[in-house]
Design a protein around this ligand. Structure first.
Ligand code: NDP
Length: 303
């Protein structure tokens, strides 16, 4: 898997030194980051807080989350708040949404970052497929739905950034019927995407998943991200004219727990690009795109 491919012709390219033309955010701007007690999520909270955004750091484990938020406050980032959130648990999502509405009222930025993989780099077991799909696909979907009424409607634009992976790009899927369905942007629906995910889980249960054209690398994780990418496009279409953008971002091969510490760059480096992306002025930010870190830290987007 190469993380240094050249951008395809239909890409949006921003030079690494591309200046942010206007600082549209302030301390009134509120961001939520999931799975933020460590790794890329934690680094994203720090970058956004350093920019002066008010950030809600969430984690499924209260102890780890409190410690992470306190460590940032000790660095002087008093604009970091903590609340427990297990994205795989609907009750936890409801509790979080109710607390958030009471405490903040509106959200400007949602970063769906939390995810799991149970494979070492070169393994491909699907023993935990249900947990992977529930956490990486249904988690962001359920949380997004719970928070949709709370996105601030303003000219600066609210944003959802789903942290995804190149492993879930369409070119990794070899099943022609599913590919055709996912490429039919105008008609693609949430029901179809959930149908695809159910089909995958059925294939896992009856042991046929290896021969059905699913992605070959980290298959359960790749399917969860394939579904997340597709859902992001459907949502982007739904909110295109409503001041809410929905994009995906692949941080590239990053040194975190998920990769056993292997990777081409640190979580801080990945988060610097991710934070810049989510803070782009409304007129420079597309919707329904998949952004990746290019070889020179440029952004480019592709389906
Ligand atoms: P880490 O394993 O370091 O962090 C994952 C985070 O998600 C942890 O905080 C973990 O919490 C949390 N999490 C897991 N399950 C849940 C849950 N049910 N509810 C709430 N939080 C949960 O991984 P990364 O920082 O590398 O991953 C961040 C994102 O980047 C993920 O979406 C990943 O898929 C994506 N990504 C990473 C790449 C890489 O090379 N590292 C490459 C491409 C994409 P806990 O500590 O409790 O386990």
């Amino acid at each position: 898997m190469s993380y240094h491919q050249l951008p395809p012709p239909d890409t949006i390219l921003l030079a690494p030194s591309h200046p942010i033309s206007s600082r549209w955010w302030s301390k009134e701007t509120v961001a939520i980051v999931t799975g933020a007690n460590k790794g890329i999520g934690f680094a994203l909270v720090r970058r956004l807080a350093e920019e002066g955004v008010t950030v809600v750091l969430t984690a499924r484990d209260t102890g780890r989350g409190v410690e992470a938020a306190e460590s940032l406050r000790r660095e002087g980032l008093q604009n970091v708040h903590f609340f427990q959130l297990d994205v795989a648990n609907p009750n936890s999502i409801n509790t979080f949404a109710a607390w958030f509405q009471e405490a903040f009222g509106v959200v400007d930025i949602l970063i769906n970052n939390a995810a799991v993989s149970f494979n070492e780099i070169h393994e491909n077991s699907v023993a935990e497929a249900e947990t992977v799909i529930r956490t990486n696909f249904y988690g962001p979907k359920m949380l997004t739905e719970a928070l949709l009424p709370l996105f601030r409607r303003s000219s600066t634009g609210a944003r959802i950034l789903n942290i995804s992976s190149r492993l879930g790009l369409l070119n990794k899927l070899k099943n022609p019927k599913l590919k055709e369905m996912l490429l039919d942007e105008e008609n693609l629906s949430e029901e179809q995407i959930e149908g695809m995910v159910n089909l995958f889980l059925e294939n896992v249960k009856n042991g046929t998943w290896k021969s059905q054209g699913w992605p070959h690398v980290w298959t359960d994780y790749a399917v969860s991200k394939l579904a997340l990418n597709a859902y992001s496009r459907v949502l982007a279409r739904r909110f295109k004219t409503h001041g809410l953008t929905v994009n995906c971002f692949c941080p590239g091969f990053t040194q975190t727990s998920m990769t056993g510490g292997k990777g081409n760059h640190t979580a801080d480096a990945a988060a610097t690009v991710g934070a810049r992306l989510v803070l782009l002025p409304a007129e420079e930010l597309s919707t329904g795109k998949f952004y990746v870190v290019g070889s020179s830290n440029a952004f480019y987007s592709k389906l």
